[in-house]
Ligand binder design. Structure first.
Ligand code: ADP
Length: 258
């Protein structure tokens, strides 16, 4: 039986921003269909890891393979082809507020469309059925022609998710997708992400501030502390001591060493 290639494979990956070591010696594999949460305090390196996974950053050292392709060795056009299979949702929704929802959803097609088609679509929206289907999947079909800035925060986050869905990616990366939502809306968004990844066997990697949401919705938890992996375990195996270590303040560490 053929063994499926991992979606991501990182070997000794480090990333520096000038003198700041954001990630240090990260090695991990993510298999197709896994639902993984990235946890860690602010500055632990979660966003940097997501940007390395989607190829918007390259490692300072180490190797990253995405869908069987080593990102370090790809030409820009090849990189874009890989990137089209990765949909990323950011904490800031990155929507154009004064456009109608359909145009923001269709922005997910831009990697695939010609420049002319993209321009024409701003006047006569192309592939309406696909955009409408994506909005139905995220539960707001009636908002197709609404102005984006008239939607609530939760609805805007759904539009950002619909924009990823029209891309039909193999992988969904979500960088703190619920950071600006209230607890009820956060659970709704996580349920949606989980259902979408389960239905289509999309791999999902999501960075979260809340341990409870990670435990509720993900099968595997990766804890990052100061740019290093503190743990990478099935959800049920992460102990409260590990969570305490993950979020321990440096001042506590200094106090403990006296
Ligand atoms: P997290 O997402 O866990 O909050 P980040 O990946 O954003 O962490 O940041 C990891 C480290 O890298 C932090 O020390 C942060 O200040 C630094 N960093 C992140 N982005 C940049 C950047 N563009 N320039 C300089 N330093 C950065």
């Amino acid at each position: 039986m053929a063994i499926a290639a991992p979606i991501f494979e990182l070997t000794n990956v480090s990333h520096r921003f000038g003198s700041t070591a954001a990630l240090h010696n990260i090695s991990l594999r993510v298999e197709p269909g896994e639902r993984v949460a990235l946890l860690g305090a602010s500055g632990a390196g979660k966003s940097t890891l997501i940007r390395l996974l989607n190829g918007t950053l390259l490692p300072t050292s180490g190797e990253i393979s995405v869908l069987g392709q080593n990102l370090n060795h790809l030409k820009p056009r090849q990189l874009r082809r890989v990137q089209r299979q990765i949909g990323t949702i950011y904490q800031q929704f990155h929507l154009v507020d004064n456009l109608r929802v359909i145009h923001n959803v269709n922005a997910g097609n831009l990697g695939r469309w010609s420049f002319a088609k993209a321009c024409l679509s701003l006047v006569y929206p192309a592939e309406r059925d696909k955009a409408a289907a994506a909005l139905t999947q995220v539960g707001i079909p009636e908002k197709l022609y609404a102005r984006t800035d008239q939607l609530s925060g939760g609805q805007q986050q759904r539009v950002a998710l619909a924009r990823v869905l029209v891309q039909d990616p193999a992988v969904i990366l979500a960088d703190e997708p619920v950071a600006s939502l209230d607890p009820e809306r956060s659970r709704e968004m996580m349920t949606l992400l989980k259902d979408l990844s389960t239905q289509k066997n999309h791999t999902l990697i999501v960075s979260l501030h809340t341990v409870e949401l990670a435990q509720m919705f993900c099968q595997r938890l990766i804890g990052l502390r100061k740019g290093r992996i503190l743990f990478d375990l099935p959800t049920g195996s992460v102990t409260s001591e590990l969570f305490a270590d993950l979020y321990r303040l440096e001042s506590d560490e200094r106090a403990m060493s006296f």
